[in-house]
Design a protein around this ligand. Structure first.
Ligand code: IPM
Ligand code: MN
Length: 361
């Protein structure tokens, strides 16, 4: 029997409650599809910081490296530790494990209300491929002349040809795969999210890489949109898009907007992926830790369950992944159990249990 070792990092705020539901689904999927999962939970995060002065132990990355995949709940609790400190945990894992693709599917499931009128379950089905290790998040810069009237800060985006190329190739490959296996006619296009009208070095460079990569995929349509205009198009006609490739910061921004198109942050999942599988990949809901809801059991676990689905897919357990997705879709379509964000009064664990019940079959 295949066995996967999965690290669980619940993190802060509502992290524990959503990780419970994620683990439940993972275990049921394993039983049903005859593979084994060994999970280990790590209590790293802001409370750990308050006790130890670091977000995770010194050998955390070495420890994580022995796992097949990581599930991360959510990190950050500004009441305890400043965000730019706590979030080093997340960014260190993404960079050290070369998780250069941040994959964020945006699909409006039947039964879910989208606040965006133009969004329908028939048309909204897109993927954002966000560059995840460099660009605006390179962490290059500094503070200068602090405490004087001439104080200034520099934050430099670093865009390497290799870094842009590999993430764009991934986006084109993905679009090709969707074209082959997808069930919609519009698939087969990669939109380049850019801003080369104003960012005359980084984004002009980014566009050049896009053009070179695109030439290797003549079967996939090219498309480009300036990031500001893209936010407008995404609301005006979300059904137009297939795969969108974006730099780290732009991808971050548009995926919060796109989460609303699919019904809210409680539904939006993501994967930090090292496609070569040299290092473990990490799957996480894209919402924050919502400290004020901690322990209340009211947040929607679907984003976490969907992250588990992406993890299963990445591990090669495609059937189990599809099964999880089917269960999620059924629960959302039936609407018998709904968390508050979906207009109901269901608790986090009730929603998780309902998905689990259907998954079990
Ligand atoms: C995300 C988050 C992170 C990011 C933060 C928490 C550093 O917003 O995963 O989208 O900006 O990447
Ligand atoms: Mn974000």
């Amino acid at each position: 029997m295949k066995e996967y070792r999965i690290a669980l990092i619940p993190g802060d705020g509502v992290g524990n409650e959503i990780t419970d539901e994620a683990a439940k689904i993972l275990n049921t999927a394993a039983q049903k599809h005859s593979f084994d999962v060994q999970t280990r939970r790590f209590d790293w995060g802001c409370d750990y910081y308050l006790q130890n002065g670091v977000m995770m132990p010194e050998d955390a990355l070495e420890t994580l490296q022995t796992f097949d995949a990581i599930f991360l709940g959510c990190i950050g609790d500004a009441g305890k530790v400043p965000d730019h400190v706590s979030l080093t945990l997340l960014l260190a894992i993404r960079k050290t494990f070369d998780q250069y693709v941040n994959l964020r599917p945006v699909k409006l499931y039947p039964g879910v209300h989208s606040p965006v009128k133009t969004a329908t379950p028939e048309t909204v089905d897109m993927l954002v491929v966000r560059e995840n290790t460099e660009g605006e998040y390179s962490g290059a810069g500094g503070f200068f002349k602090m405490g004087t009237p001439d104080a200034f800060a520099i934050q430099t985006g670093i865009f390497t040809w290799k870094g842009c190329e590999r993430v764009m190739r991934y986006a084109f490959e993905l679009s090709r795969k969707r074209k082959k296996f997808g069930d919609k006619s519009k698939v087969g296009m990669v939109t380049n999210c850019t801003k080369s009208n104003a960012l005359n070095y980084s984004m002009v460079f980014w566009d050049s890489v896009y053009e070179e990569v695109a030439a290797d995929f003549p079967d996939i349509k090219t498309d480009a949109a300036l990031v500001d205009a893209l936010t407008m198009w995404l609301i005006k006609n979300p059904g137009y898009f297939d795969v969108i490739v974006a730099s780290n910061l732009f991808g971050d921004i548009i995926t919060d907007l796109m989460a609303m198109i699919q019904g809210g942050m409680g539904l939006a999942a993501g994967g930090n992926i090292n496609p070569e599988k040299r290092y473990p990949s990490m799957f996480e809901p894209i919402h924050g830790s919502a400290p004020k809801y901690t322990g209340k059991g009211i947040v929607n676990p679907v984003a976490s369950v969907e992250s588990v689905r992406m993890m299963l897919d990445h591990l090669g357990e495609e059937e189990a992944a599809l099964d999880v997705q089917k269960a999620v879709m059924q629960v959302l379509a039936e609407g018998k159990v709904k968390t508050r964000d979906l207009g109901g009064t269901g608790k986090t664990h009730e929603m998780g249990n309902e998905i689990n019940r259907i998954l079990r079959g």
